[in-house]
Design a protein around this ligand. Structure first.
Ligand SMILES: N[C@@H](CCC(=O)N[C@@H](CS)C(=O)NCC(=O)O)C(=O)O
Length: 194
């Protein structure tokens, strides 16, 4: 059985959500970043980490991609044009949504105080707003980024939408409606369960 190290107040939720959507059994090992059970496997101390037998995989997108390919859900087949478009959405979201939110978190809470530049947050909020115009174009008529099929970038986008709301970032009506719709799914509710 897969073991997922991390906690619900982190990108680990993305992996829980994907596994819940796939209906695949897993075990949760609750741990905060830099806890001993994390650093002995991932020296950077970052969560989530997936354990499968002796193998460990780090980084939520790599974990989700491997699981989706392995279990045949939430991803288009490798080598297809649809897969290239799906991966393009994923890269866009990591570059423009996740990176902005994470940079803001670093400069307000994570970095040692003497290295924080909190004034950068205003610029990140502006960038995040502007990126939502590109997001709306990518989403088009929806209901998912890839049309009728929910895929990995939908999990990343909706997770970032929630993160943005809780971090006080501007969230326009397209991202708001999308995030609320995606996070109303039963699989997401199961992912948030303790
Ligand atoms: N690219 C990684 C980022 C992982 C990451 O930064 N996780 C945060 C929690 S959401 C963390 O462990 N931060 C601790 C640190 O950066 O020192 C992923 O998607 O999993």
């Amino acid at each position: 059985m897969y073991k997922i190290i991390g906690n619900r107040r982190s990108r680990t939720t993305r992996v829980y959500w994907l596994l819940e959507e796939l209906g695949v059994a897993y075990e949760r090992i609750s741990a905060r970043p830099h806890a001993q059970e994390v650093t002995r496997i991932n020296p950077s101390g970052k969560i989530p980490v997936l354990l499968h037998g002796e193998a460990a995989i780090t980084d939520s997108t790599a974990i989700m991609t491997w699981l989706a390919d392995r279990h045949g859900g939430l991803a288009f087949p490798c080598g297809s044009l649809e897969r290239a478009r799906q991966d393009s959405h994923t890269q866009f979201l990591l570059d423009e949504f996740d990176a902005c939110l994470w940079m803001a978190a670093r400069h307000t809470a994570y970095l040692p105080e003497e290295h924080r530049v909190p004034v950068v947050v205003d610029s990140l909020k502006w960038e995040f707003s502007r990126s939502q115009e590109r997001f709306a174009e990518r989403l088009g008529e929806g209901p998912f980024l890839m049309g009728e099929k929910m895929t990995i970038p939908d999990i990343i986008a909706a997770h970032c939408g929630r993160w943005a709301m809780s971090a006080g970032f501007p969230v326009g009506h397209v991202l708001k409606e999308y995030t609320e719709r995606l996070t109303a799914r039963e699989a997401f509710a199961r992912a948030l369960r303790p």
